[in-house]
Write a protein of this length. Structure first.
Length: 326
């Protein structure tokens, strides 16, 4: 668990620096003028789609629907879809393809509904789902803990500056009329005051959100996956994921093929000669050109939070180093 001083300083920073983001308990952080939407393939899913997804199973007549034992809880634009697709290649994992959003938007539907959208599993198989907004939802840790306190949690994190730009890029592709990244990122451009009430920026303050989870779950139940290494060394990151879930290391380098056009790995079944499965066209979009000064100010803003996050997790994601090299 983090040292109280780190936890307190992040809380004070949050309280002092951003009066605009004082939220009522349970209130989600809204982006300005509804700017941020979900990716169509990661959107809020209808009950009908979910029940179809849950029912679509290679063993439709066997097994039973169980509540998930492991969840990919974040973060948006971190690489959660890539991780989900890779772990689904494991024969002992069954996962919902769509995002159920149970612990943030559909909680009132109850655990029976949640179980009903899960795929059927056989004895020994793990049931999983991913909803990246859980990580930044205030009530999610308590709700998940009350479902099962031994739930394993996976968080895919990525350099928060790149993540924010990716988040903005996703919205821009659907709403070309939104203001520029620079306009949304600053409260005051001249003074260089970052607007941390904008969700694209706020999601990347990982230390702040993690503190909420550590009140309910020990660090040993949370695995932090590097979104960067998921691209440069997918097999290495997947080895850690499989170990964490108590699975045999079946998803290995044989499952990945690097797609030079897209710039990230695609998945293939080793015994299958058909074309590798790549993530959809909504992934790997070209980012807009951002003023280097804006990038510099954002790095400076995130640095203390990144350092705190490294201390809390005991892992150095080297986001500062990587930036220095560029």
């Amino acid at each position: 668990a983090p040292a109280p001083s780190a936890a307190n300083s992040s809380r004070e920073a949050a309280a002092g620096a951003w009066p605009r983001t004082q939220l009522a308990p349970g209130e989600a952080i809204a982006a300005p003028s509804g700017a941020f939407e979900r990716d169509p393939q990661e959107s809020s899913t209808t009950d009908e789609e979910l029940s179809r997804a849950g029912g679509r199973s290679t063993t439709p007549d066997y097994g039973e629907r169980r509540l998930p034992q492991a969840l990919i809880i974040g973060v948006k634009k971190g690489g959660t879809r890539a991780l989900l697709e890779a772990i689904r290649a494991h024969p002992d994992v069954r996962a919902v393809g769509t995002e159920p959003h149970f612990f943030d938007r559909n909680y009132e539907k109850g655990l029976q509904w949640y179980r009903s959208v899960m795929p059927k599993t056989l004895e020994g198989q793990i049931t999983m789902e991913k909803t990246p907004s859980y990580f930044v939802t205030n009530e999610a840790p308590k709700r998940i803990h009350s479902m099962a306190k031994d739930t394993k949690l996976i968080v895919v994190v990525r350099n928060p500056v790149t993540r924010a730009i990716s988040d903005y890029t996703q919205t821009l592709s659907k709403k070309p009329e939104i203001p520029t990244f620079e306009v949304l990122a600053f409260k005051n451009r001249t003074l260089g005051l970052i607007d941390a009430s904008w969700s694209a920026i706020r999601i990347g303050i990982y230390a702040l959100h993690l503190e909420n989870w550590l009140q309910y779950f020990p660090l040993s139940q949370i695995l932090f996956v590097s979104g960067e290494r998921l691209i440069t060394d997918p097999a290495g990151e997947m080895a850690k994921v499989q170990d964490f879930l108590g699975l045999k290391r079946i998803v290995t380098e044989k499952h990945f093929y690097f797609n030079k056009t897209k710039g990230f790995p695609c998945l293939k079944k080793p015994e299958d000669s058909s074309a590798p499965r790549c993530l959809g066209k909504s992934k790997g979009r070209t980012h807009p050109k951002i003023d280097p000064d804006v990038i510099h100010r954002l790095r400076k803003f995130y640095k203390p939070f990144n350092v705190m996050f490294y201390q809390m997790t005991g892992q150095d994601f080297q986001w500062e180093q990587e930036e220095g090299d560029q």
